[in-house]
Design a protein around this ligand. Structure first.
Ligand SMILES: O=C(O)C(=O)Cc1ccccc1
Length: 316
């Protein structure tokens, strides 16, 4: 951020993806005369959509973006393996990527499409938004399936396994096509004149792409939440906007560490993990992905939590 005062934030686009919503949490919309503007009153950050998670890593590594926002894990279906594989960085393309923050987004999936073509004839008077019941269809047809005319469904792979019950009950007949994001799915459906496609996406995407909400809250589990990480490049001075801090609780420091262990050495992983305990680090998650060395060799990802008090005592 040396020459220009506007920080660039890369997120998984297009607009209205859940990653966009995460980016808005961390970098809220700028308004005049707040500390989200610099002295010249220009916005301090610009959110820039990227087509893939890989492109976000590349933008942060090259310095084109000062920060990146990437999905990391979901409370229903676990780790986002695309992101883990980029952190594993088996080809050494992203050596300077660091994690400097996190944010959580409640993920309420909707079925988006054009009501006229698929379920308008079966709409039951609602406005199409926000049913109270889990997996509630906005339109219901006596004895029939209101979504029968939907032939193709678009969404991000993570979304399919967060909505299994709704899909099994209502859309088992439809062909599924993976998209790089849920908002891209909505964009594709908006551009399909046949009206026989639908997207699993957000209510925000319905507004942005002019689609109808055919069903809402269709995720399997109440409280479905995705955790996103904020990336920056090591050595950069890119700062996160100031966040409120609860002074009653000492700040928590989280770290994400990636490592491999010698293959075929008994106890090698246990020895690595014991180090964290010895230094008062609370191990909060452990993940693995295939490593580059050979079959059944792994990269490990460990997250630790440390309170400020322990940091002072720690010998790191
Ligand atoms: O596709 C999106 O909207 C994303 O931001 C990735 C994602 C997909 C499904 C759940 C949460 C995040």
């Amino acid at each position: 951020m040396a020459e220009q005062d506007t920080s660039v934030v890369a997120f998984l686009g297009p607009e209205a993806s859940y990653t966009h919503q995460a980016a808005l949490n961390v970098f809220p919309p700028t308004t005049k005369n707040t500390n989200t503007h610099n002295d010249n009153n220009t916005p301090t950050h610009t959110l820039t959509p990227h087509p893939t998670i890989q492109s976000i890593f590349a933008a942060v590594q090259s310095g084109t973006a000062h920060h990146g926002i990437v999905p990391f894990e979901n409370s229903t279906n676990g780790s986002v393996v695309f992101t883990l594989d980029l952190f594993a960085d088996l080809e050494g393309k992203y050596p300077d990527i660091l994690v400097c923050g996190e944010t959580y987004v409640g993920v309420r999936h909707c079925l988006l499409g054009y009501r006229g073509s698929s379920s308008s004839s079966v709409e039951k008077g609602g406005d199409g938004v926000g049913g109270e019941e889990e997996g509630e269809g906005e339109g219901e047809m006596e004895g029939g399936n209101p979504f029968q005319s939907i032939k193709t469904l678009f969404s991000h792979p993570q979304a399919w396994t967060q909505c299994t019950s709704f899909l099994d009950e209502n859309l088992a007949h439809a062909r599924r096509e993976d998209t790089p994001s849920t908002s891209r799915a909505a964009q594709l459906v908006a551009a399909d004149p046949s009206g026989t496609s639908a997207a699993l996406s957000s209510a925000m995407a319905a507004g942005v792409f002019g689609l109808d909400v055919l069903a809402s809250n269709i995720e399997d589990r109440v409280g479905n939440t995705t955790r996103f990480l904020v990336l920056r490049k090591s050595g950069s001075s890119a700062m996160l906007p100031p966040q409120g801090m609860d002074i009653a609780t000492p700040p928590l420091y989280k770290s994400l560490i990636t490592f491999t262990v010698a293959h075929g050495v008994p106890g090698a992983l246990a020895q690595c993990l014991a180090v964290f305990g010895r230094h008062g680090l609370d191990l909060t998650s452990i993940n693995t992905r295939p490593g580059g060395g050979g079959r059944w060799e792994y990269v490990f990802f460990v997250e630790n939590l440390l309170r400020c008090r322990e940091l002072e005592k720690s010998q790191f």
